[in-house]
Design a protein around this ligand. Structure first.
Ligand SMILES: Nc1ncnc2c1ncn2[C@@H]1O[C@H](COP(=O)(O)OS(=O)(=O)O)[C@@H](OP(=O)(O)O)[C@H]1O
Length: 302
């Protein structure tokens, strides 16, 4: 008997002998079981170390991706960004495990911490913990990403009362104004230079079998097709269909039937000065080409 039928009988309250069942990793767990406490009698629901990590890149759709994947019955996800392999490595593996949500045997546990992508130590630390770890990365047009990063930082500064000075500082450092050259050291530009970090990951996690790159722009326009690729990569059954998503005309993004991804996600971007955009595109072009070559896919950023 497969695990699904055991779970079904447990769910009906029929079987009292399920604790002796050999649980296999090959199974499907109906969605309701994620929260149904009655199963704890038969299957050990407990926090487990992740087998999938979404390592970045921030402002590319990481929240949308993990929120969507959390809908999958065979995936559980950590809600806050854990940052264990960066900031909190000293806290040890048990601490890390305890940050994970409880899962049933065979479910995938996933966390996202977008700071990992640019953290030099993160790939080796992850590999040391689990050399079979599956790594997800989501990227979008680096110009859009840079603007998004600046906009959000500027909004947060305004909320904190720091107001115009901060926003002007970043305009001045070359993200939005054309009177200065693009400063490659500006953190927003750095983070959008995906090629600078990708080999730290591909060196340890081979593309296709252990590392999959999600197209953030397609995740916005056609989440189902991007998610189906992720399901295949993770060895999950195909669960996502158009029924999981509702297009919200007001914000211009897909939402889940009962909620959108987040109030601060999907902000309107300013129209870039054409000269600034041209400079940014010139700067990113060779880096993008290198990134395409390494990951074996042309994302078509202009
Ligand atoms: N469905 C849906 N709803 C809203 N937003 C969506 C969605 N899918 C992808 N996105 C894009 O996600 C961008 C924010 O990226 P992140 O979640 O990685 O940001 S963060 O690093 O967690 O702060 C966010 O960037 P901005 O548009 O610049 O705000 C969106 O473009």
């Amino acid at each position: 008997m497969g695990i699904s039928s055991h779970i079904r009988s447990a769910h009906d309250g029929v079987s009292t002998e399920l604790h002796s069942v050999q649980v296999s990793g090959e199974h499907t767990v109906p969605k309701s079981l994620k929260t149904d406490q009655r199963f704890d009698r038969h299957f050990t629901r407990q926090p487990r170390l992740p087998n999938v990590i979404l390592v970045g890149v921030n402002k590319c759709g990481t929240r949308a991706l993990i929120t969507y994947l959390d809908l999958h019955p065979d995936v559980v996800t950590a809600k806050p960004e854990v940052n264990y392999f960066g900031l909190y490595y000293g806290r040890g593996e048990e601490w890390y495990r305890n940050q994970m949500p409880p899962s049933m045997p065979g479910q995938l546990t996933m966390e996202k911490s977008p700071k990992y992508y640019e953290t030099a130590e993160a790939p080796q630390r992850i590999h040391t913990m689990n050399e079979s770890m599956k790594i997800l990365l989501v990227v979008r047009d680096p110009v859009d990403r840079s603007v998004s990063n600046w906009l959000h930082a500027c909004r947060n500064a305004r909320k904190a009362g720091n107001d115009e000075t901060f926003c002007r500082t970043y305009e001045g450092s070359g993200v939005l104004k054309n009177e200065r050259d693009i400063d490659p050291n500006c953190e927003y530009i750095q983070r959008s230079s995906y090629a600078k970090f990708i080999e730290n990951w591909t060196r340890l996690f081979p593309l296709r079998s252990q590392l999959h790159v999600v197209d953030g722009q397609k995740l916005v326009s056609d989440p189902v097709s991007e998610l189906r690729k992720v399901e295949t990569f993770l060895g999950l059954r195909h669960y996502f269909t158009q029924k999981n998503f509702v297009f919200n005309n007001k914000i211009g993004f897909y939402c889940l039937p009962r909620r959108c991804i987040g109030k601060d996600k999907g902000v309107k971007h300013p129209t870039l000065d054409p000269l600034v955009e041209a400079k940014l595109r010139k700067y990113f072009k060779p880096l993008n080409q290198r990134f395409y070559r390494i990951v074996g896919h042309d994302f078509g950023w202009r």
